[in-house]
Ligand binder design. Structure first.
Ligand code: BGC
Length: 749
C-alpha cells in the first residue's frame, strides 16, 4: 500500500500508534504464559466450526478483540508493544497462547513472498498473476499457490495475502499484473486452484480485493457505480467461483466505495452476497487502512481490521460493552477467525522456519513461465530460431543484458542479489521502484547460440540500435511497461518512446522479434513491421531461461491471452482514466494523512456503465476490431477442430476432436463459448469452459468439457438469484474468442 514505506513513517504514529498503545494497555493481560493447550477444541477430529465454538466459550472479551485487529505494520513507525513476536510481515495478530491459539503472521504473497530481503531470506518470484492466467493451466495455478504456501511457512508465516482476482474493467490499473485477466470464469477457476494450493500447505489463504477496486487512482475515496446484475455476472462472479471452489480462509475487502458504501462496510457485498448467498464461513479482513467505522462495519460483516486497531480495538470493545455492537455479532467475527485457523491447519501444524527450496522454486517458476508466455505473431515462421543457422544476433533494449522487470507495490518480491540494473550491493528494493530480476535474456540467448555472436544494444539511441540490427540476421527487441500498486498507467502505449525504438529497428531489419514485458495489454503501432511478438508479462525468477526455451523451440508456446489487447486506448469502454480530484487524495506529506483516509475522504465517481460488457464482451458487442483477442495465442504447430457434439442432461456436455496437424508436439487450449438466447440480453458470447489438451505431432484427441450451469445463467436481480433463460443457445468451440470453427445450437428449457 502506498503508506508502506513512503508516506507514513512519520504520520502513522500520530494516529494508529496512539490507538495501538491504548489497545496494548487494555489487552496486555492476554499475554498469559504459554502452556500446551489441552482443551477439547484441540481434538482435530472435530470440525473447524465445533472447535471454534468450543474455544470461543473460554475467551475473555479482550482475547476476542485481540483476534479482530492488527498490531501495526512493520516499517510504519512503532509497532504495538504486543507485536514483539511479529515476523516482520504486513500484518501480525496476537493469538491466545493460553488456549493454544497461535499468532497470525501475515505476509503479502501475490507472486511470491514479499520482503524476504529485509529478513535476510530468499523467495521465488513466480510469473505475475496475469501471466499465470495466460497458462489456462489449473494444475499450474495449484502449484503456484502451493509454492507460495511452502515459502511462507519456510519464512515463518502462517497467512498469505494474495489471490488477487479483480476484473480489469480499467486495464490501465497499475495492479492488472496482480489479477487473473478479464474473464470471470477463467479468473475464478484459476484463483480457486491457487487458493487450494496455498491452503494445502497449511497456510491461511486469502482472496482479494473484494470488490471493484479497479483503479489505483483515488482508491481510498472512489465510489464505483455499477448495477447489481453487471457486478454479479462479472466482477463478483470471479470471486464467487474463487470462494465456492477455493474456499479461502480469508477475504480481503477493498479500499474503494461501491454504490455509496465503502467495500469494508458494505452490507450488500459482505453479508448479502458473500456470507449469505455464497455461504462463506471464513473471515473478512480489511485492506490496510480500509476500515472506516465500528458499528457500521461490524454490522455489515467486516470481521477484522488491518493493520492497526483504530476502530476494532478499544472502540470496538466499548461498543460491545455499551451494547452498540451485539455480543452475538462480536462472537461471529471471532468464530470466523478461529474457524479459519482450525480449517487451514495453522493450529495443528504451525510453520517452522526452514530453508526455502530454491532449486524446486526454479523448476516450478520456469515451468509456469514457459506455460504463460504468449506467442502473438510469427510471420514467415521465423520462430523458433534455428541455432544452427545463426551466426549474428542482436539483443536490444529493456536492460535485457542483465534482467527482466517485475511488478511493484505490496506484491514486490525481492530479487536475489538486488535490483539487477544497480551496482552490486546497491540494489535495495524500495516501494514503487522499477525492480529488475537478475534473469538475463542476453545470457540465456547466448547460451543457446554458443557459436554465434550475440551483440547487445541498450536501445537508448534508436539509430545505434538500428545500425546494429541491420548488421545481424535477427534482432530481438525487448520492451517493457512497468506497473505498481499505488499508480495507474496513463495509457496502454509503451512508455519511454519504446514504440519509436521498435519501429526503427524493424525498419532496419525485417527479422525483428519483439519481446514484451508488461502487466497490462500494450498497443503496438509497429506490429505490421515486425516478424515476431511474444508477451512475456513479468516472468519471474527464471524468465529469461523460459523465454529462450520458447524462442529456440525447446518448448512449444501454448499460452493464450487472458485479456484483450485493444488497438488503442480510444477503444476501451473508458478512453481516459478517471482521476481523483485533489480533495479525494490524502497528501503524503501531511501528518494527518491516515486520519483523513480512515475517517473517510470525499468520494468521486466512477461509473461502469458498460455493464456486463467487460473485456472481449465489450469489443464483441460494440463491433470493435482488436489488436489481439482474448484467448489468442500461437504455437509452433497447428491444430484442427472437428466433430462437435453437444448434449444436455443435468449438465451441458460439449465434446469435440482436436488434432495436432503439424509436426511438433504441443498443448492446445481449446475454448468453449456460449451465445445465450436473445431474450437474455447478453453480449454475443461468453467463455463457459476450456480444456488444455496435450497432443503429440499428428495426434487427435476427443475432448469433453462439462459446462457448469452457473456459466450459462444470468443474474436475475428481482429474484436475487441466478437463472437459466429458456431458449436457444449456441455453443462455439475453437482456439480463441475470435476463431471458433465449431458451432452447434441447443435448446434448453
Ligand atoms: C494492498 C494489499 C496488501 C496490503 C498489505 C494494501 O495496500 O492493497 O493488497 O495486501 O496493503 O501490504
Amino acid at each position: 500500500m502506498s503508506w508502506h514505506l513512503r508516506a507514513s513513517r512519520t504520520t502513522l504514529p500520530s494516529l494508529i500508534t496512539v490507538a495501538i498503545l491504548a489497545g496494548a494497555l487494555f489487552s496486555a493481560a492476554q499475554s498469559a504464559p504459554d502452556k500446551p493447550a489441552s482443551g477439547p477444541w484441540m481434538n482435530a477430529s472435530l470440525s473447524p466450526d465445533e472447535r471454534a465454538s468450543l474455544v470461543l466459550t473460554q475467551m475473555t472479551l479482550d482475547e476476542k478483540i485481540s483476534l479482530l485487529h492488527g498490531t501495526g505494520m512493520h516499517g510504519l513507525g512503532p509497532m504495538s508493544p504486543l507485536a514483539v513476536h511479529s515476523n516482520g510481515g504486513a500484518g501480525y495478530v496476537v493469538g491466545v497462547p493460553r488456549l493454544g491459539i497461535p499468532d497470525i503472521q501475515m505476509s503479502d504473497a501475490a507472486y511470491g513472498v514479499r520482503q524476504s530481503g529485509e529478513n535476510g531470506r530468499y523467495s521465488t518470484a513466480l510469473p505475475s498473476n496475469v501471466g499465470a492466467a495466460a497458462s489456462w493451466d489449473l494444475d499450474a495455478a495449484y502449484q503456484y499457490g502451493a509454492l507460495i504456501g511452502r515459502e511462507l511457512r519456510d519464512q515463518g508465516y502462517n497467512m498469505s495475502l494474495g489471490g488477487g482476482v479483480n476484473i480489469p474493467r480499467e486495464p490501465r490499473n497499475g495492479r492488472t499484473f496482480e489479477y487473473m485477466g478479464e474473464d470471470p470464469v477463467l479468473a475464478g477457476n484459476m484463483v480457486a486452484q491457487l487458493i487450494k494450493g496455498t491452503a494445502s500447505e497449511h497456510v491461511i489463504s486469502d482472496i482479494k480485493h473484494y470488490a471493484l477496486n479497479d483503479q489505483e487512482n483515488g482508491r481510498n475515496a472512489v465510489n464505483v457505480n455499477i448495477d447489481k446484475r453487471s457486478m454479479r455476472e462479472s466482477d463478483l462472479l470471479a470471486f464467487e467461483i474463487g470462494v465456492r471452489q477455493g474456499d479461502p480462509a480469508a477475504v480481503m475487502c477493498s479500499y474503494n466505495r461501491v454504490n455509496g458504501d465503502y467495500a469494508c462496510e458494505n452490507s450488500y457485498l459482505l453479508t448479502d452476497v458473500l456470507k449469505k448467498d455464497w455461504n462463506y464461513k471464513g473471515f473478512v479482513l480489511s485492506d490496510w487502512g480500509g476500515t472506516h467505522s465500528v458499528e457500521k462495519a461490524s454490522a455489515a460483516g467486516l470481521d477484522h481490521e488491518q493493520p492497526g486497531e483504530y476502530f476494532y480495538g478499544a472502540a470496538l470493545k466499548k461498543a460491545v460493552q455499551s451494547g452498540k455492537v451485539p455480543t452475538a455479532q462480536l462472537d461471529d467475527h471471532v468464530h470466523r477467525v478461529l474457524r479459519s485457523m482450525f480449517a487451514s491447519g495453522v493450529v495443528d501444524d504451525p510453520p517452522h522456519k526452514g530453508v526455502v527450496n530454491v532449486a524446486r522454486g526454479f523448476e516450478i517458476t520456469q515451468h509456469i513461465a514457459e506455460q504463460s508466455i504468449v506467442l502473438l505473431k510469427n510471420a514467415g515462421r521465423l520462430l523458433p530460431l534455428d541455432a544452427s543457422k545463426l551466426s549474428h544476433v542482436a539483443v536490444i533494449g529493456a536492460h535485457s543484458d542483465v534482467g527482466m522487470i517485475s511488478g511493484g507495490g505490496s506484491a514486490q518480491v525481492d530479487p536475489p542479489g538486488g535490483n539487477a540494473i544497480m551496482p552490486a550491493g546497491k540494489g535495495r528494493t524500495t516501494w514503487q521502484a522499477e525492480i529488475w530480476f537478475p534473469t538475463s535474456p542476453l545470457k540465456a540467448i547466448q547460451a543457446k547460440l554458443p557459436h554465434a555472436t550475440v551483440d547487445y544494444d541498450a536501445g537508448t539511441d534508436p539509430s545505434a540500435a538500428a545500425a546494429l540490427a541491420r548488421s545481424t540476421q535477427v534482432a530481438i527487441v525487448f520492451a517493457y511497461q512497468w506497473e505498481s500498486e499505488g499508480m495507474d498507467l496513463e495509457t496502454l502505449t509503451l512508455a519511454h518512446d519504446q514504440d519509436a525504438l521498435i519501429a526503427k529497428v524493424a525498419a532496419a531489419n525485417p527479422h525483428t522479434i519483439v519481446v514484451l514485458e508488461t502487466g497490462s495489454p500494450a498497443t503496438m503501432p509497429w506490429v505490421d513491421q515486425v516478424s515476431g511478438v511474444l508477451e512475456a508479462w513479468y516472468p519471474g525468477t527464471r524468465g529469461a531461461e523460459a523465454l529462450a526455451n520458447l524462442l529456440f523451440g525447446e518448448v512449444n508456446p501454448s499460452a493464450k491471452l487472458p485479456i484483450t489487447f485493444p488497438k488503442s486506448d480510444a477503444d476501451l469502454p473508458h478512453p481516459t482514466l478517471v482521476k481523483a480530484p485533489k480533495q479525494s487524495i490524502a497528501d503524503d506529506s501531511k501528518p494527518d494523512r491516515w486520519k483523513r483516509i480512515l475517517e473517510g475522504l470525499p468520494p468521486f465517481q466512477v461509473t461502469y456503465n458498460e455493464g456486463v460488457k467487460v473485456g472481449y464482451k465489450w469489443y464483441d458487442a460494440e463491433n470493435k476490431p482488436v489488436l489481439f483477442p482474448f484467448g489468442y495465442g500461437l504455437s509452433y504447430t497447428t491444430y484442427a477442430y472437428s466433430n462437435l457434439k453437444v448434449t444436455s442432461g443435468t449438465k451441458v456436455l460439449v465434446s469435440f476432436t482436436v488434432q495436432n496437424t503439424g509436426n511438433r508436439d504441443g498443448a492446445e487450449i481449446a475454448q468453449v463459448y456460449a451465445a445465450l438466447p436473445a431474450s437474455a440480453a447478453e453480449p454475443p458470447k461468453r467463455l463457459v469452459g476450456w480444456s488444455k489438451v496435450q497432443l503429440k505431432a499428428g495426434e487427435s484427441k476427443e475432448v469433453s468439457v462439462e459446462v457448469d450451469p452457473l456459466y450459462l445463467s444470468i443474474f436475475n436481480v428481482d429474484r436475487n438469484a441466478w437463472q437459466r433463460i429458456a431458449g436457444d443457445y449456441t455453443l462455439l468451440v475453437g482456439g480463441s474468442s475470435q476463431s471458433l470453427p465449431l458451432k452447434e445450437s441447443l435448446s434448453l428449457p
